[in-house]
Design a protein around this ligand. Structure first.
Ligand SMILES: [Zn+2]
Length: 152
């Protein structure tokens, strides 16, 4: 027995499948990964049934693999996403994306007085609570909810 989901994955010869994206963040993930300006063949499934999430989104990108830094950006808006790397119709690697312990150069500090907003330097946040997405800026030492961060 093959489930529908497995068929979706198997249909891709080479590339990446990003699954379990909450529907409300699907298009954010598309733009964060720059897929709106990418010439690869992309299949997007939106508002698919999911027992875990209610509605979910899935993106299949042909002939494209992602770096750790790009994946960390997805984790910020859509934690628990599953990334499958496909080669020759086979899943060669499967990664569950979670918020990393630290975010370097990914998001802007919401504090306008923070030095990172006034000097050309990389931002650096420590994730103090992964489940609730609470981060602390290492420069101004303020604590923020990840929803308040602006991803750049
Ligand atoms: Zn700051």
């Amino acid at each position: 027995m093959t489930s529908k989901k497995e068929l979706l994955v198997a249909a891709l010869e080479n590339g990446t499948v990003i699954d379990h994206i909450p529907s409300e963040h699907l298009f954010e993930v598309v733009s964060l990964l720059g897929l709106d300006s990418c010439s690869n063949s992309i299949t997007i499934g939106f508002n698919l049934e999911s027992q875990k999430l209610g509605k979910k989104g899935i993106i299949k990108i042909a002939n494209r693999y992602f770096h750790k830094e790009e994946i960390d950006r997805i984790a910020l808006v859509a934690p628990n996403v599953i990334l499958s790397m496909i080669r020759n119709f086979r899943v060669v690697e499967k990664i569950k994306i979670e918020l990393p312990g630290e975010l370097v150069g990914i998001a802007k500090c919401p504090n306008p007085k923070c030095i990172t907003n006034n000097e050309p330097m990389k931002t650096h946040f420590k994730v103090v609570n992964k489940e609730e997405g609470v981060v602390k800026c290492l420069y101004c030492e303020r604590v923020f909810d990840k929803e308040n961060l602006i991803i750049r």
